[in-house]
Structure formats: structure tokens, C-alpha cells
Design a protein around this ligand. Structure first.
Ligand code: ZN
Ligand code: ZN
Ligand code: ZN
Length: 386
């Protein structure tokens, strides 16, 4: 396995992203950005080490300096193959040397104050998934630096997708939809949740997913717990079953939910399903440029609250998606970030009746000039399975 992703981006694309990140960091009052292996590094450089290790790999973005990737010598050949490698300088370090001192030297060259002899210190953004041991090593080598979470400091860095990213997200969504069309035809009654989840996983891969992040099959009372993953419960006739699945296809995410029923539903089950469908419709209907994220949540929530089920909708309405399946922006009360064309996120209201059943319907939606466009298009009517 090599370190490059299947995404069709060039060194110029990655150069533009790194420049955008450095600019955004400066505007946010950060002296620089340190990015460890993970989604931010993938998005900025196309580089994903096979397995991040205790050996430091770190992208250093500092004002007035070309991007530098500090990388262990033995991993440098892999890093050099990443699509973004031509847009940065590789600085390798060999076992026995101090990679934190090498990072400090880079900050010296960029003029970022970081030693106690200097004036004051510098606030540096560091990717959320950097290992604590690496942050501790940096703090020791750079005693006058302070750190901010990259996601907290620059929550919208990856939020607005370009045309190529939208195409990949749409393709991932179509693959998830094809998975749903297949799974609705497998037998449900008499099989364990875990067996149906295994089908979902296999189908996602058959439809092009290289990574499966989750396959929730929550039947009957298990559906009332939005965090229920999958268990050994045997699905029975009469069960509602919440299906929620997704992962990465060509480096971009899918995430969709449908709630199916085994055999004919009761009037109440149909009513609750219709309610969630109407709430989801209202949430998607609220999407347009300039509207605050919280308005999407409010629109969906109002439908459920007006029907008297407000206390049973116990999570936020949605989350962003891109090179990960959960990221900013969040559709949640208090999030005033305005929507921007190109943003992609889920709209996934639910109703969870403890001890009985749950319903969730989820589509990925992208913001266009004319409103929200769904990247999942399977029927939102209740599907009857056998
Ligand atoms: Zn039922
Ligand atoms: Zn989901
Ligand atoms: Zn989701």
C-alpha cells in the first residue's frame, strides 16, 4: 500500500490548498500550522502514511516560507510519491536525531518567535489528531509556543468543496444509494443485525468503497438508541430497522440512513416515519446560501416538536462530510456559520421512542446558489423488507 490517495488532484491543487490554509491561519491570528498524518494532511498534500507511528511526520506551514514536510528518512520515498509532494519540500530525519529540533529550526527560518529568549511567544495551530507525545516533544523544543486545535481555529478550512470534490462526494453518495437498493432485497426476518451489517459492508465495497466507517443495523427497540451500532439481536417481522452506513470511496465520504420495516407497519410506525420524512424535507428546504447552520436544525426540529415528539429527537440535525465522514460544519443550535455554496453536510433528523423503535432518515446535501441539492436520492418513503 502506498501513501497516495485515489483522488484526482494535482500538485497545483495541493499548493493552492496549502496557500489557502496559511492565509486562513494568519487571518485567525495563528503564526503557523503543524499538521500530523490524518484527514488534514491528506487534504493538504495527498499524503497518508501507511500507518502513523511514533516517528514524527509533520507538515509545517509558516508565513513567507514554502511548505515543509518533516518525515522519517525511511518513509521519505513514500512521501515523495504523494500527489502534493511537488508543492512542498521534504525534510527527512534519521533515527537517533531529534525531529523536534528540526521543526524548531524551520520555525527559526520563518521568524516565528518560539524561544524564551525571544519576545513573547507564538500561537500555532496543530491538527487535532497529532499524538500527545509529539505535541509534548514540540512544547519542550519550542518553550514559547502555544497551541490551538486546528479544527477549532479553522473550522471551515475544508468545508467548502470545489467542483472536483463535489463530484467525488456525489459518486460516494451514489455508491451508498446503490448499496441501499441492494440491501432492501436481502432477507431481514430471522437474521441477526450483525449478518445484515456484514452485507452492508460487503455491498459498500462492491460499489467502490475502499473504507467502511460504519454499518448501523438497529432493529426494533435497538433503533431507539441512535448510538446502537450493531448487535446479535435477531430481526423479527414487525420490526422497524434503522440502517445507517457509509465510508470512503476514492478518498471522499458517504453517509446515508433509511429506516425500513419488516412486513406491514402499524399506523403509528407509519405516522412517525412520515413525521421524520417531513422534518428531513424541511431541513433540506431550509438550505440556501447565507442561512445560518442552526436554521437547518431549527427547521427540521420544529416539524418534530410541533407534532409533540420534540423530546425524542435527541441529537443535532447534521454534520459536514468530505475526506472524513464527520466534520464541520455542524447543523446544530448555536452554530451561526452561514451556509456557502459548495458546503456538504448531512440532514438527518430522527425520532427515538425508548424501548420501542426509532426512525432516522439521512441524506447528504450540498449548498447551491438555488438551495440544497441532495447527493442521496433513494426513496424516502418507508420501504417494506422481508
Ligand atoms: Zn412494526
Ligand atoms: Zn449516518
Ligand atoms: Zn451522518
Amino acid at each position: 500500500m502506498t501513501g497516495s490517495t485515489a483522488a484526482p488532484f494535482t500538485a497545483d491543487d495541493y499548493r493552492a490548498r496549502m496557500e489557502r490554509a496559511a492565509r486562513a491561519a494568519a487571518e485567525a491570528g495563528l503564526a503557523g500550522l503543524l499538521v500530523a498524518p490524518g484527514p488534514d494532511l491528506v487534504w493538504l498534500t495527498g499524503y497518508a502514511p501507511t500507518a502513523p507511528t511514533e516517528r514524527l511526520t509533520l507538515l509545517v506551514l509558516a508565513p513567507g516560507q514554502d511548505p515543509v514536510l518533516v518525515v522519517p528518512t525511511l518513509e521519505a520515498p513514500d512521501a515523495a510519491k504523494a500527489a502534493g509532494a511537488a508543492a512542498l519540500t521534504l525534510r527527512d530525519w534519521t533515527d537517533g536525531k531529534d525531529p523536534y529540533a528540526a521543526t524548531a529550526a524551520l520555525l527559526d527560518a520563518s521568524g516565528i518567535p518560539h524561544s524564551l529568549k525571544g519576545v513573547g511567544g507564538a500561537l500555532i495551530g496543530i491538527s487535532d489528531n497529532a499524538w500527545a507525545m509529539h505535541l509534548l516533544g514540540l512544547q519542550k523544543a519550542l518553550p514559547a509556543t502555544f497551541y490551538a486545535s486546528l479544527t477549532e481555529a479553522l473550522p471551515m478550512l475544508r468545508a467548502v468543496k470545489d467542483a472536483a470534490e463535489l463530484k467525488l462526494l456525489a459518486a460516494a453518495g451514489a455508491a451508498a444509494d446503490a448499496t441501499f437498493e441492494d440491501i432492501r432485497n436481502v432477507p431481514f426476518a430471522g437474521r441477526r443485525e450483525s449478518e445484515i451489517a456484514a452485507d452492508l459492508s460487503r455491498l459498500l465495497r462492491e460499489h467502490g468503497h475502499a473504507q467502511v466507517d460504519f454499518t448501523i443495523v438497529a432493529s426494533g427497540p435497538n433503533g431507539a438508541n441512535p448510538h446502537h451500532g450493531v448487535g446479535d439481536r435477531v430481526v423479527e417481522r414487525g420490526d422497524m430497522v434503522v440502517l445507517d452506513f457509509g465510508g470512503l470511496k476514492d478518498g471522499y465520504g458517504s453517509d446515508t440512513s433509511r429506516t425500513v420495516h419488516v412486513g406491514e407497519p402499524t399506523d403509528e410506525e407509519r405516522r412517525v416515519h412520515d413525521l421524520v420524512r417531513a422534518a428531513q424535507e424541511a431541513g433540506v428546504g431550509a438550505v440556501r446560501p447565507g442561512v445560518a447552520c442552526q436554521e437547518v436544525d431549527r427547521a427540521a426540529r420544529a416539524v418534530i416538536a410541533d407534532a409533540g415528539y420534540g423530546e425524542y429527537f435527541i441529537h443535532r440535525t447534521g454534520h459536514g462530510i468530505g475526506v472524513t465522514t464527520h466534520e464541520p460544519p455542524y447543523m446544530i443550535e448555536g452554530e451561526e456559520q452561514p451556509l456557502v455554496p459548495g458546503m456538504c453536510f448531512s440532514v438527518e433528523p430522527g425520532v427515538y421512542l425508548p424501548g420501542r423503535f426509532g426512525v432516522r432518515i439521512e441524506d447528504i446535501v450540498t449548498v447551491t446558489d438555488d438551495g440544497g441539492r441532495r447527493l442521496n436520492t433513494t426513496s424516502r418513503e418507508m420501504v417494506i423488507v422481508e
